[in-house]
Design a protein around this ligand. Structure first.
Ligand code: MG
Length: 384
C-alpha cells in the first residue's frame, strides 16, 4: 500500500489526484492532506479519506475547521503544518500541487526526508531546478512529473537513454488567444483568459497558458527533469492537445504520447510508475479524430515565452526572478489592477534590473524571489 501526502488537495490537481486515489483504494491511502484556505472542501476530503493529518495553511481557515471538526484527524496550520505533512513518517510519496513558489520549501523538506515526489508544482523546478534535482539525487529520491507534457516525455523515454535525445518537442495548445495579434490582445479580459479550449485548470495557470508563460515555465521544468540543454527543447503549438509531447532521438525517430486531455492519466502514472493501472476514463477514438495540427509558437505576439528561454539560458537566479515577477503580475491582472499586455512589461522590466547570482543556494533563491516581488510591486504601482 502506497501512502500519499497531497499538498494542495483542494485545487484542480489535488481534487483530481484524490479521484485517482479513490478509484484505486486497494493500492493507495492518504496520510496527509494540505490546502491553503478551503476548509469546507478539506473537511469533506477528511471525512472521505480519513488522513492522519490535515493542514490549512491559513490560520483563520484552520480555526474554522477546528471548531466544527471532532474526528481523529489532527488539524495543523501554517507553513510548519505544511512541512509536517511533507515529511510525515508514514508517507512514501508527496504529491505537490501547491501553486507558485510556495511549493519550494515543502518539496525540499520532503526530498530530504526521502519521500518520492509527484511534482505538479512546476515553479519549484523553475525557481530552484539545480538545487532540487541535486538534492533528489543525493537522497535517492525520484521526481515523477505530473504535468501532462512532462509525463508524456517521461513515458517516451522509458527504456531509452537520455544521451540519445536529439530534441524534446514540448506541445502547447496555444491557449484561447492563439492566432491573435498584439493589438487584438490589448483589451483581453480575465473572463476571456479563463475560457481555455481544452484543459480545465486553476486561474493562475489558465492565465499563464494564455500568455504562454506556462509553456515557458514548462521549458525550464523540462530542462531540469530530463537534463537536456535549452537548445534541445522546442515548443510546438498543437491546438487539439491530443499529442501531449514528443521526443526526437538521434536516429530521427520521434516518440509521442497521446491521449484525451485528462490530468487524471498523468497523475495516475506518477503514482503507479513503473506500473500502469486500468482506468475507466474516456479513451481516444482515432476514427473520429479529424486532424492533428502543429505549428511554430508566435514569439512576437506572445513575448513571455522568449523571456523564459532567456531566463533559462542565463540560469542562476534569473528563472526564479522570472517566475516571481510573473506570479505578481498575473495576480495583479486577476485583481483587475493591470491590463493583459502589462504582464509581459512587468516581467521584462524586473528581469532587466536583476543582478544574477550564479549557482544559487536556497538563501539566494529566496532573496531573489522576494526581490523580484518587491520590484514587480514597484512597477505595478507605476502602471496604476
Ligand atoms: Mg502542462
Amino acid at each position: 500500500m502506497q501512502s500519499i501526502a497531497i499538498l494542495g488537495s483542494t485545487g484542480s490537481i489535488g481534487t483530481q489526484s484524490l479521484e485517482v486515489i479513490a478509484a484505486n483504494q486497494d493500492q493507495f491511502c492518504v496520510t496527509a492532506l494540505a490546502a491553503y484556505h478551503n476548509d469546507i472542501l478539506l473537511e469533506k476530503q477528511i471525512e472521505y479519506f480519513n488522513p492522519k493529518i490535515a493542514v490549512l495553511v491559513d490560520k483563520n481557515a484552520a480555526d474554522r475547521l477546528t471548531r466544527r471538526y471532532s474526528g481523529s484527524t489532527i488539524i495543523l496550520t501554517g507553513e510548519e503544518g505544511l512541512l509536517e505533512a511533507a515529511i510525515h513518517e508514514n508517507v512514501n510519496t508527496v504529491l505537490t500541487s501547491l501553486v507558485g513558489f510556495a511549493g519550494l520549501k515543502p518539496t525540499l523538506a520532503a526530498i530530504k526526508a526521502g519521500k518520492h515526489i509527484a511534482l505538479a508544482n512546476k515553479e519549484t523546478l523553475v525557481a530552484a531546478g539545480e538545487l532540487v534535482t541535486q538534492l533528489a539525487q543525493d537522497n535517492h529520491v525520484k521526481i515523477l512529473p505530473v504535468d501532462s507534457e512532462h509525463s508524456a516525455i517521461f513515458q517516451c523515454l522509458q527504456g531509452e537513454s537520455r544521451k540519445k535525445i536529439n530534441r524534446i518537442l514540448l506541445t502547447a495548445s496555444g491557449g484561447p488567444f492563439h492566432g491573435l495579434k498584439r493589438e487584438e490582445l490589448e483589451h483581453v479580459t480575465i473572463e476571456d483568459c479563463l475560457r481555455h479550449p481544452n484543459w480545465s485548470m486553476g486561474k493562475k495557470i489558465t492565465v499563464d497558458s494564455s500568455t504562454l508563460a506556462n509553456k515557458g515555465l514548462e521549458v525550464i521544468e523540462a530542462r531540469w527533469l530530463f537534463d537536456v540543454p535549452y537548445s534541445q527543447i522546442e515548443v510546438v503549438v498543437h491546438p487539439q492537445s491530443i499529442v501531449h509531447s514528443m521526443v526526437e532521438f538521434v536516429d530521427g525517430s520521434v516518440m509521442a504520447q497521446l491521449g484525451k486531455p485528462d490530468m487524471r492519466v498523468p497523475i495516475q502514472y506518477a503514482l503507479t510508475y513503473p506500473e500502469r493501472f486500468a482506468t475507466e476514463y474516456p479513451k481516444l477514438d482515432f476514427k473520429t479524430l479529424s486532424a492533428l495540427t502543429f505549428s511554430a509558437p508566435d514569439m512576437v505576439n506572445f513575448p513571455i515565452l522568449p523571456l523564459a528561454f532567456t531566463a533559462g539560458n542565463t540560469g542562476g537566479t534569473l528563472p526564479c526572478v522570472f517566475n516571481a515577477a510573473n506570479e505578481e503580475a498575473v495576480y495583479a491582472f486577476l485583481q483587475g489592477k493591470i491590463r493583459y499586455l502589462d504582464i509581459f512589461l512587468v516581467i521584462r522590466s524586473v528581469m532587466e534590473s536583476h543582478k544574477v547570482t550564479m549557482m544559487p543556494d536556497l538563501n539566494d533563491i529566496c532573496s531573489a524571489d522576494l526581490w523580484s516581488r518587491v520590484q514587480a510591486q514597484e512597477i505595478l504601482k507605476a502602471i496604476k
